[in-house]
Design a protein around this ligand. Structure first.
Ligand SMILES: [Cu+2]
Length: 68
């Protein structure tokens, strides 16, 4: 398992964080997602054989947020 922390821009409230959490945690290979609205960051744990940082950033972008 690989663990990354991403800075996420564009969240307006706690529900945004929950939405990102729900979407990313459903991705194949992602074992856990914890998004903090106040801290503007998300911690994602994933299996590098199934997915990667770029795929997670792309999913977050599809929701309208910028992760880096
Ligand atoms: Cu919101």
């Amino acid at each position: 398992m690989e663990k990354i922390t991403l800075h996420i821009e564009g969240m307006h409230c706690g529900a945004c964080a929950v939405g990102i959490q729900m979407l990313t945690s459903q991705m194949d290979g992602v074992s856990s997602a914890t998004v903090n609205y106040e801290g503007k960051e998300g911690v994602f744990e994933f299996d590098p054989a199934k997915t990667n940082k770029e795929a997670i950033i792309k999913s977050i972008a599809e929701l309208g947020y910028t992760a880096s």
